[in-house]
Design a protein around this ligand. Structure first.
Ligand code: ZN
Length: 311
């Protein structure tokens, strides 16, 4: 009796494995007609796929406005959206630290592409005081983001060669806009007198921005918002502010403003006049439908906010 039951269970198990195994693969094979379903982690990556893929893709970003990718954990609904996708694009370099496992797992079933990890290592920032980790915030250097656009184009063309020309054309048009954006950021940031060109933020997201646009960057926390900060960090940053006579510091849309408020207090205790210069979009874009809800709008907003507060 027990043996029969066991046999029955085994048969059922094998049958369901075959059934689900087949449907999963059939459902997520790249469709001959109709759009490719793409799921991304951050809004910035989704924005690339929309611009390059146009009408041939249907894009869902898991992380909306104000969401911190360093701390983000996939919900049950997210797992469904990842499972149903034909392709997945994400940032990589440990930005989405809590999602690495599931993304690695899915990469055995479908194209799962970490856009930042395909950029040549010599163009990336290694962080000596973070144990040799690589800074994942590549979207802050528009030239590096252009590299990510090229990766998306290549992968879409590989998955859907029939529309290769469209992907090429759309990516070239978008890259032209990004070149203009890069130029804009270069010129605007240079208009701040060099002594005042210091960008103080809650976490070290702006390293690439600082290198690309020649502005010194000071972060209270490390590159990961999960790292702790203490009184010593607050004092270190407050000292830089008073030594350099920095006029303003900035809050980030995806990080609690508590830490930056502590820095303001610390600097004021040193007799420094300081204000919060506004909110920057660091690891998430603005609300959909607004200008800041696109990558280009987000970068422009950051540049304009920094320039008007520090100049
Ligand atoms: Zn970050």
């Amino acid at each position: 009796m027990l043996d029969k039951l066991r046999l029955g269970l085994a048969v059922l198990l094998i049958a369901s494995m075959l059934l689900f195994g087949c449907t999963a693969q059939g459902e997520t094979a790249i469709p001959e007609d109709g759009p490719i379903r793409v799921t991304t982690t951050t809004g910035m990556v989704a924005d690339i796929v929309k611009n390059v893929g146009g009408e041939h893709v249907e894009v869902t970003a898991l992380m909306g406005p104000g969401v911190d990718p360093h701390l983000y954990k996939a919900s049950q609904g997210d797992i469904g959206r990842l499972a149903k996708a034909h392709m997945i694009f994400y940032n990589g370099l440990q930005l989405e630290g809590n999602m690495e496992d599931i993304l690695k797992k899915l990469s055995h079933e479908k194209p799962v592409i970490p856009v930042a990890e395909t950029i040549p290592a010599e163009k990336l920032k290694k962080l000596e005081d973070e144990g040799g980790k690589t800074d994942p915030h590549i979207w802050f250097d528009v030239q590096l983001w252009i590299e990510a656009v090229k990766v998306v184009e290549k992968e879409l063309a590989k998955a859907d060669p029939d529309h290769r020309d469209d992907y090429r054309q759309q990516s070239q048009a978008y890259i032209a806009e990004l070149e203009e954006l890069d130029q804009y950021a270069q010129e605007e940031i240079k208009s701040i007198p060099s002594k005042q060109r210091v960008l103080v933020t809650a976490h070290d997201a702006f390293g690439y921005f600082g290198d690309a646009y020649d502005i010194e960057v000071v972060g209270l926390q490390g590159i990961n918002t999960a790292s702790e900060y203490g009184l010593r960090d607050i004092q270190r940053v407050a000292k830089i502010i008073s030594d350099r006579n920095v006029k303003a510091v900035f809050i980030e849309s995806s990080v609690s403003k508590q830490s930056i408020e502590a820095v303001v207090k610390g600097a004021q205790q040193r007799g420094q006049t300081i204000k919060i210069g506004g909110e920057l979009f660091s690891d998430a874009m603005g609300a959909e439908g607004t200008e800041e809800g696109t990558y280009i709008g987000m970068v422009r907003h950051n540049v304009d906010t920094i320039v008007s507060a520090l100049k």
